[in-house]
Design a protein around this ligand. Structure first.
Ligand SMILES: [Zn+2]
Length: 277
Protein backbone atom coordinates (compact mmCIF):
# COMPACT_ATOMS: atom_id res chain seq x y z
CA UNK A 1 0.00 0.00 0.00
CA UNK A 2 1.37 3.43 -0.95
CA UNK A 3 1.50 6.14 1.76
CA UNK A 4 0.12 9.49 0.65
CA UNK A 5 2.95 11.92 -0.17
CA UNK A 6 1.76 14.44 2.47
CA UNK A 7 1.75 11.78 5.17
CA UNK A 8 5.26 10.57 4.24
CA UNK A 9 6.55 14.15 4.46
CA UNK A 10 4.94 14.72 7.88
CA UNK A 11 6.41 11.45 9.14
CA UNK A 12 9.87 12.44 7.91
CA UNK A 13 9.64 15.86 9.62
CA UNK A 14 8.53 14.17 12.85
CA UNK A 15 11.48 11.75 12.70
CA UNK A 16 13.94 14.63 12.14
CA UNK A 17 12.41 16.56 15.06
CA UNK A 18 12.59 13.53 17.37
CA UNK A 19 16.21 12.87 16.38
CA UNK A 20 17.06 16.54 17.06
CA UNK A 21 15.28 16.52 20.43
CA UNK A 22 17.02 13.33 21.57
CA UNK A 23 20.39 14.75 20.48
CA UNK A 24 19.81 17.87 22.62
CA UNK A 25 18.54 15.71 25.51
CA UNK A 26 21.61 13.43 25.44
CA UNK A 27 23.89 16.50 25.19
CA UNK A 28 22.18 18.18 28.17
CA UNK A 29 22.13 14.97 30.26
CA UNK A 30 25.88 14.64 29.76
CA UNK A 31 26.28 18.11 31.32
CA UNK A 32 24.23 17.42 34.46
CA UNK A 33 26.44 17.22 37.59
CA UNK A 34 27.27 13.54 38.07
CA UNK A 35 29.14 13.39 41.37
CA UNK A 36 32.55 13.88 39.74
CA UNK A 37 34.88 16.84 39.50
CA UNK A 38 35.24 17.64 35.81
CA UNK A 39 38.07 19.77 34.46
CA UNK A 40 37.98 21.16 30.94
CA UNK A 41 41.24 22.61 29.66
CA UNK A 42 39.78 24.75 26.89
CA UNK A 43 41.56 25.02 23.56
CA UNK A 44 42.10 28.78 23.48
CA UNK A 45 45.25 28.83 21.36
CA UNK A 46 48.25 30.53 22.95
CA UNK A 47 46.83 31.22 26.41
CA UNK A 48 45.14 29.60 29.40
CA UNK A 49 41.53 28.89 30.28
CA UNK A 50 40.17 25.95 32.28
CA UNK A 51 36.72 25.26 33.69
CA UNK A 52 36.09 23.22 36.83
CA UNK A 53 32.62 21.73 37.33
CA UNK A 54 32.25 20.39 40.87
CA UNK A 55 30.19 17.30 41.83
CA UNK A 56 27.23 19.50 42.77
CA UNK A 57 27.56 21.60 39.60
CA UNK A 58 29.49 24.60 40.95
CA UNK A 59 31.61 26.24 38.27
CA UNK A 60 35.01 27.90 38.49
CA UNK A 61 36.69 29.39 35.43
CA UNK A 62 40.45 29.79 35.82
CA UNK A 63 41.72 32.34 33.29
CA UNK A 64 39.96 33.51 30.14
CA UNK A 65 42.39 33.02 27.24
CA UNK A 66 43.69 35.44 24.58
CA UNK A 67 40.38 35.88 22.70
CA UNK A 68 36.71 34.90 22.95
CA UNK A 69 37.22 31.17 22.37
CA UNK A 70 36.79 30.48 26.11
CA UNK A 71 33.28 31.92 25.81
CA UNK A 72 32.40 29.51 22.99
CA UNK A 73 33.92 26.61 24.95
CA UNK A 74 31.81 27.57 27.99
CA UNK A 75 28.72 27.37 25.78
CA UNK A 76 29.65 23.79 24.85
CA UNK A 77 30.61 22.69 28.38
CA UNK A 78 27.66 24.08 30.33
CA UNK A 79 23.95 23.20 30.08
CA UNK A 80 22.00 25.60 27.84
CA UNK A 81 20.02 26.90 30.82
CA UNK A 82 23.12 27.69 32.87
CA UNK A 83 23.64 31.46 33.04
CA UNK A 84 25.85 31.66 36.12
CA UNK A 85 29.47 30.97 37.03
CA UNK A 86 30.32 30.77 40.70
CA UNK A 87 33.89 32.03 40.53
CA UNK A 88 36.34 33.49 38.03
CA UNK A 89 40.02 33.25 38.92
CA UNK A 90 42.56 35.38 37.10
CA UNK A 91 46.07 34.01 37.53
CA UNK A 92 47.70 37.31 36.52
CA UNK A 93 46.82 40.27 34.28
CA UNK A 94 48.53 39.17 31.04
CA UNK A 95 46.22 39.42 28.03
CA UNK A 96 46.57 35.73 27.08
CA UNK A 97 44.76 34.95 30.35
CA UNK A 98 41.67 37.15 30.50
CA UNK A 99 40.38 38.50 27.19
CA UNK A 100 37.08 36.54 27.40
CA UNK A 101 36.45 37.62 31.01
CA UNK A 102 34.67 40.93 30.24
CA UNK A 103 32.21 39.14 27.95
CA UNK A 104 31.77 36.31 30.49
CA UNK A 105 30.94 38.99 33.08
CA UNK A 106 28.38 40.52 30.71
CA UNK A 107 26.70 37.24 29.76
CA UNK A 108 26.81 35.28 33.04
CA UNK A 109 25.91 36.01 36.64
CA UNK A 110 29.36 35.72 38.20
CA UNK A 111 29.68 35.13 41.96
CA UNK A 112 33.14 36.68 42.42
CA UNK A 113 36.39 37.47 40.64
CA UNK A 114 39.53 36.32 42.45
CA UNK A 115 42.71 38.23 41.55
CA UNK A 116 46.32 38.51 42.62
CA UNK A 117 47.07 41.86 44.29
CA UNK A 118 49.12 43.08 41.31
CA UNK A 119 49.12 46.69 40.21
CA UNK A 120 48.46 46.89 36.46
CA UNK A 121 47.33 50.07 34.73
CA UNK A 122 46.99 48.76 31.20
CA UNK A 123 43.70 49.47 29.48
CA UNK A 124 42.35 45.90 28.96
CA UNK A 125 42.87 45.10 32.66
CA UNK A 126 41.37 48.41 33.83
CA UNK A 127 38.37 47.72 31.57
CA UNK A 128 37.99 44.25 33.10
CA UNK A 129 37.90 45.66 36.64
CA UNK A 130 35.46 48.39 35.53
CA UNK A 131 33.05 45.83 34.04
CA UNK A 132 33.26 43.67 37.18
CA UNK A 133 32.40 46.68 39.36
CA UNK A 134 29.61 47.77 37.00
CA UNK A 135 28.09 44.27 37.22
CA UNK A 136 28.38 44.29 41.03
CA UNK A 137 30.80 41.34 41.02
CA UNK A 138 32.87 41.03 44.21
CA UNK A 139 36.62 41.48 43.60
CA UNK A 140 38.46 39.18 45.97
CA UNK A 141 42.19 39.34 46.58
CA UNK A 142 43.87 35.90 46.40
CA UNK A 143 45.04 35.07 49.90
CA UNK A 144 46.83 31.81 50.79
CA UNK A 145 45.33 32.08 54.28
CA UNK A 146 41.82 31.86 52.83
CA UNK A 147 41.19 28.66 50.90
CA UNK A 148 37.86 28.15 49.17
CA UNK A 149 35.55 25.27 50.07
CA UNK A 150 32.91 24.52 47.43
CA UNK A 151 30.99 22.51 50.10
CA UNK A 152 30.71 19.39 47.99
CA UNK A 153 34.10 17.83 48.62
CA UNK A 154 36.05 20.19 46.34
CA UNK A 155 38.56 22.56 47.92
CA UNK A 156 40.54 25.26 46.18
CA UNK A 157 43.80 25.73 48.06
CA UNK A 158 45.22 29.13 47.24
CA UNK A 159 48.98 28.53 47.51
CA UNK A 160 50.39 31.75 46.04
CA UNK A 161 51.11 34.70 45.95
CA UNK A 162 51.61 35.73 49.56
CA UNK A 163 50.03 38.96 50.77
CA UNK A 164 51.59 41.47 50.39
CA UNK A 165 52.93 40.30 47.02
CA UNK A 166 56.77 40.39 47.12
CA UNK A 167 58.28 42.56 44.43
CA UNK A 168 58.64 40.18 41.51
CA UNK A 169 57.62 39.83 37.88
CA UNK A 170 53.85 39.57 37.35
CA UNK A 171 54.30 36.00 36.07
CA UNK A 172 55.86 35.00 39.39
CA UNK A 173 53.00 36.57 41.32
CA UNK A 174 50.51 34.33 39.46
CA UNK A 175 47.71 32.89 41.59
CA UNK A 176 48.69 29.28 42.17
CA UNK A 177 45.68 27.19 43.07
CA UNK A 178 45.26 23.48 43.75
CA UNK A 179 41.81 22.01 43.28
CA UNK A 180 41.34 18.84 45.36
CA UNK A 181 38.57 16.28 45.36
CA UNK A 182 39.02 13.01 47.25
CA UNK A 183 42.42 11.71 46.23
CA UNK A 184 42.45 13.75 43.01
CA UNK A 185 44.16 17.12 42.68
CA UNK A 186 45.16 19.56 39.95
CA UNK A 187 47.69 22.33 40.32
CA UNK A 188 47.21 25.47 38.22
CA UNK A 189 50.39 27.50 37.99
CA UNK A 190 49.55 30.45 35.70
CA UNK A 191 52.77 31.68 34.09
CA UNK A 192 55.06 30.99 37.06
CA UNK A 193 58.74 30.92 36.06
CA UNK A 194 61.63 28.97 37.59
CA UNK A 195 62.40 31.99 39.83
CA UNK A 196 58.83 31.96 41.19
CA UNK A 197 58.94 28.17 41.57
CA UNK A 198 62.13 28.50 43.66
CA UNK A 199 60.56 31.15 45.92
CA UNK A 200 57.42 29.05 46.30
CA UNK A 201 59.41 25.90 47.17
CA UNK A 202 61.69 27.84 49.56
CA UNK A 203 58.58 28.91 51.50
CA UNK A 204 57.94 25.23 52.29
CA UNK A 205 54.47 25.10 50.74
CA UNK A 206 53.29 21.62 49.73
CA UNK A 207 52.74 21.76 45.96
CA UNK A 208 52.09 18.06 45.31
CA UNK A 209 49.28 17.25 42.87
CA UNK A 210 48.13 14.44 40.58
CA UNK A 211 47.84 16.72 37.56
CA UNK A 212 50.02 19.74 36.83
CA UNK A 213 48.95 22.53 34.49
CA UNK A 214 52.44 23.39 33.30
CA UNK A 215 53.53 26.98 33.90
CA UNK A 216 53.82 29.54 31.11
CA UNK A 217 52.66 27.29 28.25
CA UNK A 218 55.74 25.07 28.45
CA UNK A 219 58.34 27.83 28.38
CA UNK A 220 61.88 26.61 29.05
CA UNK A 221 62.06 29.18 31.87
CA UNK A 222 59.37 27.26 33.82
CA UNK A 223 59.02 23.72 35.20
CA UNK A 224 62.44 23.10 36.72
CA UNK A 225 63.52 19.58 37.67
CA UNK A 226 63.10 20.41 41.38
CA UNK A 227 59.60 21.85 40.87
CA UNK A 228 58.50 18.79 38.87
CA UNK A 229 59.93 16.54 41.60
CA UNK A 230 58.05 18.49 44.30
CA UNK A 231 54.70 18.40 42.47
CA UNK A 232 55.31 14.77 41.41
CA UNK A 233 52.31 14.70 39.04
CA UNK A 234 51.01 11.68 37.15
CA UNK A 235 50.09 13.89 34.21
CA UNK A 236 51.12 17.28 32.86
CA UNK A 237 48.80 19.42 30.73
CA UNK A 238 50.15 22.25 28.58
CA UNK A 239 47.76 24.92 27.37
CA UNK A 240 49.44 26.20 24.23
CA UNK A 241 48.69 27.35 20.67
CA UNK A 242 49.65 25.40 17.58
CA UNK A 243 52.76 26.80 15.79
CA UNK A 244 53.01 29.76 18.20
CA UNK A 245 55.93 32.12 17.62
CA UNK A 246 57.32 31.60 21.15
CA UNK A 247 58.23 28.01 20.28
CA UNK A 248 56.14 26.76 23.24
CA UNK A 249 56.27 24.11 24.51
CA UNK A 250 60.06 24.31 24.55
CA UNK A 251 61.89 21.03 23.76
CA UNK A 252 63.98 21.47 26.95
CA UNK A 253 60.80 21.52 29.07
CA UNK A 254 59.45 18.46 27.27
CA UNK A 255 62.76 16.71 27.86
CA UNK A 256 62.63 17.51 31.60
CA UNK A 257 59.10 16.04 31.71
CA UNK A 258 60.20 12.92 29.83
CA UNK A 259 63.20 12.52 32.13
CA UNK A 260 60.87 12.76 35.14
CA UNK A 261 58.58 10.11 33.59
CA UNK A 262 55.59 12.48 33.44
CA UNK A 263 53.21 11.95 30.49
CA UNK A 264 52.26 15.18 28.70
CA UNK A 265 49.10 16.25 26.91
CA UNK A 266 48.84 19.56 25.05
CA UNK A 267 45.83 21.53 23.80
CA UNK A 268 47.80 22.29 20.61
CA UNK A 269 47.79 18.60 19.71
CA UNK A 270 44.44 17.49 21.14
CA UNK A 271 42.22 20.56 21.32
CA UNK A 272 40.16 20.68 24.53
CA UNK A 273 41.39 18.25 27.19
CA UNK A 274 38.70 16.95 29.57
CA UNK A 275 39.56 15.15 32.79
CA UNK A 276 37.27 13.61 35.38
CA UNK A 277 38.03 12.96 39.04
ZN1 LIG B 1 50.48 33.18 29.51
Amino acid sequence: MQMPHRFRRALLILCVMLAGASFVLVRELRRIPDGHLAVHFFDVGQGDSALLVSPSGKTVLIDGGPDLSALEALGRALPLSRRSIDLLILSHPDPDHFIAFPEVLRRFEVGALLLPAIQNDEEPYRALLAIARERGVALVKADPKRDIDLNDGVTLDILWPPDPVPSMEDNDASVIVRASYGTGSILFTGDLSVKGEETLLASGIDVSAQVLKIGHHGSRFSSSDSFLAAVHPRLAVISVGKDNHYGHPNPETLERLTKAGIPVRTTAEEGEIDLTF
